[in-house]
Design a protein around this ligand. Structure first.
Ligand code: SF4
Length: 252
């Protein structure tokens, strides 16, 4: 099979017509590929098939294929999704049977479906989204009481896999590229509630500026689309309630 040069659709119900973005940061275009339809086929299955059977130069990213690594997110029929856990039947537009796969929004394209995630993770750093404890490795690990309210407040948020779906779905990121975004703020929220962490004052300052939590318009796209069913909107609301103050129990 070879890629078709136009957007004609296949009339064969056993074949998918797949429109795939090809190009780099300087520009590109969609290219149509014909892919055999299979039972329980995921979007990532389709992309891998194209790369292995039609065009080995197709660039994309994945690692675990089981919804843990967060590296395979792409825009599928206009919406950011994790592709390894998204079945073709879930997203196919049955009216015209087009499957369109593109890179994530709001991130520079390296090539084809692979985006540069540097800016996304730089914002985790800028939100002080990393743990800084007091103990040395020679000391026993500090324990957080699993039943404490602070620990329970972050039960969901710590399950983030860093896929970028929320970031690519956030309109505020589109309007304000400096906005830290839902994933970095969700991460900050988990650490704000970590009684062992020593940089609470600095973290609250980092998420309280113009790029921080108060820029969120509570549109809710992040929560609606997070493939792990997390609620970054609620995490951001928690940060807003801090109102510039370090949380009680912080070790500073
Ligand atoms: Fe992905 Fe959800 Fe984490 Fe955002 S909050 S990076 S959508 S897992």
């Amino acid at each position: 099979m070879t890629p078709m040069g136009d957007k004609r659709l296949s009339s064969d119900t056993n074949t998918l017509s797949v429109s795939v973005w090809r190009g780099d940061g300087a520009g590109g275009k969609f290219e149509i590929f014909q892919v055999p339809s299979q039972e329980s086929q995921t979007i990532l299955d389709v992309v891998v098939w194209i790369q292995q059977k039609i065009d080995a130069s197709l660039a994309y990213r994945y690692a675990c294929r089981v919804g843990m690594c967060g590296s395979c997110a792409m825009t599928v029929n206009g919406r950011a999704r994790w592709t390894c856990r998204t079945h073709v039947t879930k997203v196919l537009r049955h009216a015209d049977d087009v499957l369109e796969i593109a890179p994530l929004n709001h991130l520079p394209v390296v090539k084809d479906l692979a985006t540069d995630m540097t800016g996304f993770f730089d914002k985790w750093r800028d939100a002080k989204g990393y743990f800084a404890g007091q103990r040395t490795r020679a000391e026993p690990a500090a324990r957080v009481d699993p039943a404490s309210p602070a620990r329970k407040a972050v039960d969901a948020g710590i399950e983030c896999i860093g896929c970028g779906v929320c970031y690519a779905s956030c309109d505020v990121v589109a309007w304000n590229p400096d906005y830290l975004g839902p994933a970095a703020l969700n991460r900050a929220w988990t650490l704000v509630n970590d009684v062992r962490d020593t940089q609470q004052q600095a973290r609250v300052a980092a998420i309280s500026n113009d790029a921080g939590c108060h820029s969120c318009h509570t549109l809710g796209s992040c929560t609606e689309r997070c493939p792990k069913s997390l609620a970054p909107t609620a995490s951001i609301a928690g940060l807003k309630r801090l109102n510039g103050k370090a949380p009680q129990g912080a070790l500073e």
